[in-house]
Design a protein. Structure first.
Length: 301
C-alpha cells in the first residue's frame, strides 16, 4: 500500500509539470509568464479561508516564524517564475531533468551554512545527479551540440530560490505543521501575485485573460494546485507507512516520470503536448534520467 502512495507523488508532480507546459503553450507562448503566477496566487488566496476554518491555530506562531514562512512562500514563487521561464522555451522532460540539481545545491548550502556533513554515498549520488543534469543541458541534432543556455540559467535561478526556501525552514526550525505552514506560504504567494499586478503591463495582460478565458485559467490552475497538493499529501502519508529511505527512493523518480509521461502524451495525446522522441534524443533523455534517479536515491540515503 505504501508503494502506491509513494509513487502517487512523482506521478502527480510529473502531471503538474505537463499541465504547466500546456498552459504556457496555449496562453503564454510568447507573452509574459509572470501573469500565470497571479492565477497560482489567486488559488492560494481562495484556500486561505478554508484553512482558517479547519485549522484555527494558524496564528499561534511567533512573529519571526510567520515572517519566515511568508518569505519562504515568496522565494517559492520566485523559483516557480524562473521555472516557468525555462519551461516556456524547453520541453517538460528536459526541465524535469534539470530540476534535480536543487537537492545538490541544498546539500552545498547545508554544508557551508549549517555545518552538515555528507556520507560518501551521498557525495557519489550528488556527482551522478550533476552528471545527469549536465547531459540534459545540451541539445543534440544536425551534427551539432548546442548548450541549452536559457533553460539552464533559468533553472539554476529557480533552484537557488527553492534551495534557499528549504534552508530558511530548516535554519529556523519551523514546526512541521503542514496546514499552518501552508497557510502562511499561501500568504507569501498572494503577496507575490499582488506585486506582479503592481506593474501596469502585467495587469493589462491579466485583465485580458480574465475577460477572455476566466473559467479555463482558474479551473486549470485549481486542478494543477490540487494535483500538486495531492502528490505532496500522498508522499507524506507514505512516510507514515514505510521507512524514510524507501519513500525517498521512490519519490526520486519524478524526472523519470516526467520523461515517460511526456513520451506517452506525444504518442497518444499530441493535442495536449509534443516532445522530441527521436532516437538520439530518447537515448540522451534516458541516460540523463537514469543518472539523475540513481544519483538522487544515493544522495537521499
Amino acid at each position: 500500500m505504501w508503494l502506491l502512495f509513494a509513487f502517487s507523488g512523482p506521478l502527480a508532480w510529473a502531471a503538474s509539470m505537463h499541465i504547466d507546459k500546456f498552459l504556457l503553450e496555449k496562453y503564454f507562448k510568447r507573452g509574459s509568464v509572470a501573469v500565470s503566477m497571479v492565477f497560482t496566487a489567486i488559488i492560494g488566496l481562495l484556500l486561505l479561508p478554508f484553512i482558517l476554518i479547519f485549522v484555527p491555530g494558524v496564528f499561534a506562531f511567533d512573529r519571526l516564524s510567520i515572517v519566515v514562512m511568508i518569505a519562504s512562500g515568496l522565494l517559492y514563487m520566485g523559483g516557480m517564475l524562473f521555472y516557468l521561464y525555462a519551461l516556456q522555451t524547453e520541453e517538460a522532460s528536459i526541465v524535469g531533468l534539470l530540476s534535480p540539481a536543487g537537492p545538490v545545491l541544498a546539500f552545498v548550502l547545508a554544508f557551508f551554512v549549517l555545518g552538515e556533513r555528507l556520507a560518501p554515498g551521498q557525495l557519489v549520488g550528488g556527482v551522478m545527479v550533476v552528471a545527469g543534469v549536465f547531459i540534459a543541458s545540451f541539445r543534440f541534432g544536425g551534427g551539432k551540440i548546442i548548450f541549452r543556455k536559457h533553460a539552464t540559467m533559468m533553472m539554476t535561478a529557480a533552484i537557488v530560490c527553492f534551495a534557499a526556501s528549504s534552508l530558511i525552514f530548516k535554519y529556523f526550525a519551523v514546526p512541521e505543521l503542514f496546514w499552518p505552514a501552508t497557510f502562511w506560504t499561501y500568504v507569501g504567494e498572494a503577496l507575490f501575485g499582488a506585486g506582479i499586478l503592481a506593474f501596469a503591463s502585467e495587469r493589462r495582460i491579466f485583465m485580458k485573460l480574465i475577460k477572455t478565458n476566466p473559467k479555463v485559467m482558474l479551473t486549470t490552475n485549481a486542478v494543477n494546485e490540487l494535483v500538486n497538493l495531492g502528490g505532496s499529501l500522498a508522499a507524506r502519508y507514505a512516510l507514515v507507512l514505510a521507512p524514510l529511505a524507501l519513500v525517498q527512493a521512490v519519490t526520486s523518480t519524478t524526472p523519470l516520470m516526467v520523461f515517460i509521461l511526456g513520451t506517452i502524451i506525444t504518442m497518444f495525446l499530441p493535442k495536449l503536448g509534443r516532445e522530441n522522441i527521436s532516437k538520439t534524443i530518447l537515448i540522451q533523455k534516458s541516460a540523463a534520467a537514469i543518472l539523475v534517479v540513481i544519483g538522487a536515491i544515493l544522495a537521499g540515503g
